[in-house]
Ligand binder design. Structure first.
Ligand code: PHE
Length: 362
């Protein structure tokens, strides 16, 4: 046996000590391997054809049969234990190495910077009409108004009668109406303007009222460059003590310059609405020629934007407000029309086409 003294070869005790020593060395070599590759090398060294234990087999021939058998068994048992050890060590190293590899290959998504996210993700935005609505609300909130809303389906009473437009009154033809087939007893319509919300507010809210009411309206007409069958209005209603036509004119002018810019002004021309008296049409400086005169404003320098007037006493009576104590004004204008004028949009129909090339411009 290699490394064992010649005189000790027939000594079974020396043999078993020698095998134990070799096993111990081999076990340390296996345990000390820090990687699968190092372990494979150590395995060859301590268990391969040229390993000390394998070579020891050759020396067994020199022993007498009983000692040979005992020593052979000792070597075989040692090799079996070392093989088990090598197998376990290989498994442990493989597990560690697999974990390290997974860690290395992990995609750490949290490491993407916010700028990288911004450059790859396109953020959505509000439609131009909603942006406009919010800006208009802000202008009026800045002037002390509150923002209210009302239903889009109204009974005939709210949309017409309470607003001093009795059935069969010729003024009804001012609004081409969509009727809902809900049967008797009440006629229900898609509101043709936001004015019915004036009635709801005066019925439900304590006076005084200083409110704007944005919302969707419906008229039975064909879309063209300046009209949509579904459009948006912003109503204004002020009911207080001592309100005059000057308050109305001042509110309109303040709003006009705040929203369109300091070079765009307003003027009032006599008009007619059944629910206001006196009534007026609001015109503002043409935003295309800025007052110089062009095709859009028919060479007048002014374009029509809104209707307005002092709340008619008949309307106050319909909701039980005392016209001797309270006065008020109302106005109503198109939100879509404001967007069209402010951004110089030739044809309003682009607002409903959902073409993202248009939406992205705002
Ligand atoms: N409701 C009217 C319309 O749709 C506008 C208006 C509102 C006029 C309030 C006077 C007062 O045309």
């Amino acid at each position: 046996m290699t490394g064992a003294g010649a005189g000790a070869r027939d000594d079974g005790i020396v043999w078993s000590e020698e095998v134990a020593r070799l096993e111990q060395q081999a076990a340390e070599a296996l345990a000390g391997a820090k990687s699968s590759a190092a372990l494979a090398e150590a395995q060859t060294t301590v268990l391969g054809k040229r390993s000390a234990l394998t070579l020891a087999h050759r020396d067994l021939a020199k022993l007498d049969p009983p000692a040979r058998r005992a020593a052979g068994k000792a070597i075989h048992d040692a090799q079996t234990r070392l093989e088990t050890l090598a197998f376990e060590r290989a498994e442990a190293l493989a597990a560690v190495e697999r974990a390290a590899m997974l860690e290395r290959d992990r995609l750490d998504l949290t490491e993407v910077t916010r700028d990288e996210v911004r450059s790859t993700i396109t953020r959505g935005r509000l439609h131009l009409v909603n942006q406009t609505r919010r800006e208009l609300e802000d202008v009026f909130i800045g002037m002390g108004f509150t923002v209210a809303e009302g239903p889009e389906a109204e009974t005939d009473w709210y949309n017409f009668e309470a607003l001093n437009i009795p059935p069969a009154h010729p003024a009804r033809s001012m609004w081409d109406t969509f009727y809902l087939e809900l049967g008797q007893p009440e006629t229900v319509v898609l509101r043709t303007h936001t004015s019915p919300v004036q009635i709801h507010l005066m019925e439900d809210e304590p006076l005084p009222i200083h409110a704007v009411i944005p919302g969707r309206c419906y008229r039975r007409e064909t879309a063209d460059a300046r009209h949509l069958p579904v459009f948006h209005q912003m109503e204004g209603l002020v009911v207080d003590r001592g309100i005059t036509f000057a308050d109305l004119a001042g509110t309109i002018e303040t709003f006009t310059t705040a929203y369109f810019g300091p070079d765009i002004h307003s003027r009032l021309r006599p008009g007619y609405f059944p629910f206001t008296e006196p009534s007026a049409e609001v015109e503002v400086t043409c935003t295309i020629c800025r007052g110089a005169g062009c095709r859009t404003c028919s060479w007048t320098g002014w374009v029509e934007l809104a209707g307005c007037g002092m709340v008619d006493p008949a309307v106050f009576q319909a909701v039980g407000v005392d016209p001797e104590e309270w006065t008020g004004f109302a106005f109503g204008f198109g939100i879509d029309r404001c967007a069209q004028m402010r951004h110089v949009i030739a044809d309003m129909r682009v607002l409903t086409e959902n073409d993202v090339r248009f939406s992205r411009m705002f």
